[in-house]
Write a protein that binds this ligand. Sequence first.
Ligand code: ZN
Length: 613
Amino acid sequence: MLQRVALLLCLACLACLSGCNEPITTEPEDFLSSPEFVPAEQNVILTLDQYQDFKILDPAWPDFEVAWSRSAFPNSIGPRYRYFPATYGPDTLLATVVYPDRSIEHPWIINVPYPDPEVRFIPPDSTIQTVETLPLTLRARTNRPDISQYVWTRNGEAAGQDSTYVYQALEGGSDVIHCQVTFAGEVFAKQWQIEITPLAEIDLPEVTNIQVNRTYLFGEIQVSWDPIESWYVPIAEYRILVSLDGPITQENRNLAIVLETVPHEGENPNYMVTFSAEEEQLTPEALTWFTVVGVDERGSTSPPPDTLPFQIPYYWYIEGRVLNLEGEPLDQAEVDDSFSHYQVLTDHEGNYRIGPYPDSRSVILSASFSGDNGKFVVPNGFHDTLSPPLTSDGDHRFDFVLIPRFGCDPGCDVYAGDFIFYLRKMTSTWVPQDDRPNHNLYKWDSYPLKIYIPDYTSSTGIDFGEATRQAVQIWNNKLGENFLVLTSEESQAQILMEFGQDSTQLFGLVVLCEPGGGLYPLGSMIPEKIQIFLFNSITTQENAEVTALHELGHALGLCAHAACHDVGYLMYVAPSMFLENWPENAVHIDELNAVRTIRSLPQGVDLSNYISE
Ligand SMILES: [Zn+2]
């Protein structure tokens, strides 16, 4: 049965397409039943918001099928059909009634009459305010767009023939747009007066959400902001402005420094710029105003938003040199800050620079040098050396003076072969004492030392003056440089020799006269004047020389006494009078190294910063 219906529908289509509106019927003579078509009238009038029910009745022969087609297209089956109009104008509803042996077609002509011609102009206002470059869409809406004709003019000149006209104000001023619509023999018209505000008269929107922050890197600043999302002209770039003189305003923004220019890259990116305060030459600690303005492709600039001042982070570097005892630069010496993992090498002038550091930190640097850079070859290298704690509000400069690993006499195992230990013991800087509360080395401010030696010969015939002059000669010879020079002016002398007094305990004695007037032990402060006594208890000329030699050793900075007596130290508490090859071996090499080192080190240097090994 379905196949049959389909075939019939097909025929019906062909019939209609061929222009035939009459039903095709095949009616056998012996079949008398006839359906009733409701409504009976073939012409039906509707409005767009109405509907109409159609139905087929045949009480005599209910076993029939109905196929409905609308506008020649199959639409539904069954005895009833509810018709909703889709558009204005005529339409054909065709019912094909199928009996077992025949079929009957019945058409209805349904008409939805057109309404009265009507046009709506959008926007309805006759005067429109707009902004230069802003697109403006004007429309004419008719209830017969299929037959409507549109003529648009702009200031009297033809501008378009569509139902819609997109207007773009090219510059300030005013325009007249006219639209005429013709259909169904009627003419409708509308005129708009468009007032255009020039862009020059309005401000770009401000850049929003400006933030200025430090980053985790010292001295680095980050500026971020949100893009300008909507403006009549494309945004070209953003400018980060900086002022040290207060907030940046529309009036003073030309005086602000343009720190950086960043191209606009769409509305969504997260604009974020980082830079080094030092490279941008921003003043550490200064209150500084940052703001960001947008610039459009015509060069117009957005007003600078109010921002709070930002304090430029303070950071600092430490600079200095690394030198040997002769004051010569050590090239490629290593300077480390193990806390920050900073490590730098000196240049050929011995200079280093390390940092940056945040304001709050206290820094201890260490310097080391292997002892062989092709220029200075020191067999065992140098002792690693620390700086004192360096802080941002203190001196930012520190010069290291490195001490070679001289070693010391293995015969005196008290010092374990370590020169720094030996040096600190001999300069009384190993353990702080009540009258010597730190590890600082206090030495003469200037060399050579002027010594005043009066003439004196004891009652036993010992020439003390001559013995002292011999001792001076021996020290200078052994050191290879004049550490001591004679002066005939007692008032100019740093070392005053005193002869002729008696002692039952001592051969000699050294007293720090200035400063302190004899109250303080040697080495506890910077010496200005000392006295050396050689007593009449000395009974041989050689003993006078050895005693003078020993006391001059104290004067040259060896404040303490050596721990061993059997390796040939002059500075043992009672020096051996039986040195081999006297006087060539009168002073031990460790003592010469120590006296030279004391002279070369910086005044007041903390000897605990030299690493003992
Ligand atoms: Zn002594």
